[in-house]
Structures are given as C-alpha cells and as structure tokens.
Design a protein around this ligand. Sequence first.
Ligand SMILES: C[S@@+](CC[C@H](N)C(=O)[O-])C[C@H]1O[C@@H](n2cnc3c(N)ncnc32)[C@H](O)[C@@H]1O
Length: 216
Amino acid sequence: MDALKRRLNFDPLARPYRWLEYLTFGRALERCRFHFLPALTAAKHALVLGDGDGRFLARLLAANPDLHADVVDISPAMLHLLNERLTPEARERVTLHQMDARDFMPPETSYDLVVTHFFLDCLAEPELAALVDKIASRLQPGSIWVISEFAQPRGRVASLVGKVIVSVLYRIFVMLTGLETRSLPDHGAILQGHGFRLAAERQWLRGLLASQLWQY
Ligand SMILES: C[S@@+](CC[C@H](N)C(=O)[O-])C[C@H]1O[C@@H](n2cnc3c(N)ncnc32)[C@H](O)[C@@H]1O
C-alpha cells in the first residue's frame, strides 16, 4: 500500500493543470469551485485538501481576512504554485502540509470549514470513509464541508455521456499521475453516514458537475 501511495505524482500536471482545465471545460470548474464562496466568510479555521494550484484558497483568504487554513497536498509542485499565488499577508495565515491526505492526522484544534474541490475523486471509498472519520472528530457542530465534484448526470443520454467523460478523465489521470482510483466514490453516502447533511447544492452541465455545501 505504501509503495502505491509513493507512486502518486501530480507534479507534472501542476503547471499545465489550469490551462488544460480551461481548454476542456472552459470556466465551468471555476464556477463550481467559487459558487459557495460567499457562504464561507464567517469561517475561522479551514482544512483545505488537494487545492492544487491554489486558485480557490487565494480567493477564500482574500474574502475572509480572519481565516487561518491548514492546507494538505501530496504534490510539492502544486503547493509551490499555491504558495506563489498568495499575498505575503495571506501566507502568514496558512500552514502547508506536503503529504498524502490519507496519512494526515488533523491537529487537536477544531475546524469550522473543510474544502475539497475535485479531490474526493482521487480516493477509493474505504480511503474516503477513513478520512471523513478522522476529520469529523475535529469538527464543531455547524461546521461546513464544501465540495466540488464530477457527478453522474440524470437521463439516459446525459448519463451515458457523463460516464464516458468521467472514464476518459480517470484514464488520463491514471496515466499521468499514477492514480489508483478509477471511479467516483459515493461521498454523499459517506458524509451522511458520519452525521453531515446536504444543506445546498448547485449543478452544472446537466449534472456532470456539482457544488455542494454540507453541514455537520
Ligand atoms: C484533480 S486535482 C484538483 C485540484 C484543485 N482542487 C481543483 O479544484 O482543481 C487533485 C489535487 O489533489 C492532490 N492530491 C491527489 N491525491 C492526493 C492525496 N492522496 N493526498 C494529498 N493530495 C492529493 C493533487 O496533488 C492535486 O493537487
């Protein structure tokens, strides 16, 4: 298992990631990521997992001057870009953890916000369940978990097209990063099983993309 984890490498994707995203989905993923930003301005201590090049984190810190964040990402190159994107003042409010999120032990301090944009799909269901279990133990009642993810659209044709798109994306990520996972985990069932409730959701591209706000 440890050998598998060591092979996971998102570094080669770090610089082209943003442009590949714009080329394939235009601004749709960004709309998804930023949709619930206005609802997050009261948060004080965030856990941000797999934020990649930091586009969301930079906006979150700018919108919320009181927020401190623990940021976990396995890729040094992604974290380098993320750090470069932050203002010197914002950097003071961020602690970077370059590590596999599956090994992350949340500190004793509690979080009132968890952020995962297009990250949960990098985990297998048992890994996600273990991670949610660890994180839930560090949350206050009323804490928010904001999520962007690919999803399965409804309707026969849309669902078929969605399956093809998700499967092609997985093939590309498996090839480029060594990702082991090949299907979307059912994060909703896992979160509900840990006491979260879906408070709000917005879908795009006929349900292929979803932004969700879960409350603990
Ligand atoms: C698909 S990218 C998503 C980036 C960004 N959050 C976004 O909205 O596009 C996945 C990110 O999660 C990180 N990542 C993937 N698996 C990880 C793991 N097991 N532990 C920590 N970070 C991981 C990658 O390095 C990358 O930055």
